[in-house]
Design a protein around this ligand. Structure first.
Ligand code: HMH
Length: 221
């Protein structure tokens, strides 16, 4: 019998919220092909802004790993994630130009601003590496599970959106999320009750922010 990790336990405990974040109507509309392209463009523009703010957050995790981690393997996994953001930003620019979305005159919407503020709060030195890496894993895992659903057998994702879904839905990104989950699990196993509680709350808040982020793209506030 294999003992389940803390992340798996939380995924079971908070299944409804996790499913809300990974099977959101926005994602389901991509998967069944009914998506309104204007929603997609809204998402694209807002996510470009989000990813720009996600860079310093990811870099901060790298710093926390360097200071606090008990395993040097963590740095390499996180560095890989940080490095891939350069390519991701270039991709957003190309994709935006393909859809005639002007990235220079977009205004961050409230849900996006709130989410980025939350990430900034996690960059405080008071926030432990264990808590921050749990958040980092959750952010990436939601996109991975969401977009993987759109490229699965039987999905009817429009061909022009396939590349977007593959970005986060591909096998390699799935492996990367698994690596982050293993790091988080290892840390959570050694964490104090207080740290565990904090990490669980942060995990839930990430899921809520992800739902709000998808909502924004559908024009629901
Ligand atoms: C809102 N969550 C949001 N945007 C992203 N690009 C990711 C997660 C994955 O990096």
């Amino acid at each position: 019998e294999k003992k389940i990790g803390m992340i798996e336990a939380w995924l079971r405990k908070h299944r409804l919220l996790y499913t809300g974040a990974t099977r959101h109507p926005f994602i389901l509309s991509i998967r069944d092909g009914s998506i309104d392209i204007s929603s997609f463009k809204l998402w694209l523009a807002q996510d470009y802004l989000f990813v720009r703010d996600f860079v310093p957050f990811a870099a901060n995790i790298l710093i926390k790993a360097w200071k606090e981690s008990d395993d040097s393997g963590d740095m390499e996994v996180i560095l890989g994630g940080v490095a891939s953001l350069q390519d991701e930003i270039s991709w957003f620019k190309r994709e935006a130009s393909k859809w005639s979305v002007s990235l220079s005159d977009i205004t961050p919407q409230k849900n996006n601003v709130d989410y980025c503020r939350f990430l900034e709060s996690l960059m405080s030195p008071d926030v432990e590496y264990t808590v921050a890496i749990t958040a980092f894993w959750a952010i990436e895992a939601v996109y991975q599970e969401s977009f993987a659903h759109c490229v699965e057998e039987g999905s009817e994702t429009p061909p022009e959106l396939k590349e977007t879904c593959e970005r986060w839905g591909n096998e390699g990104f799935g492996q990367y999320c698994q690596s982050l989950q293993r790091i988080a699990d290892r840390r959570l196993q050694k964490a104090s009750d207080d740290e565990l509680k904090k990490a669980e709350v942060v995990f839930l808040r990430i899921l809520e922010h992800e739902v709000d982020f998808w909502n924004m793209s559908r024009g629901i506030y």
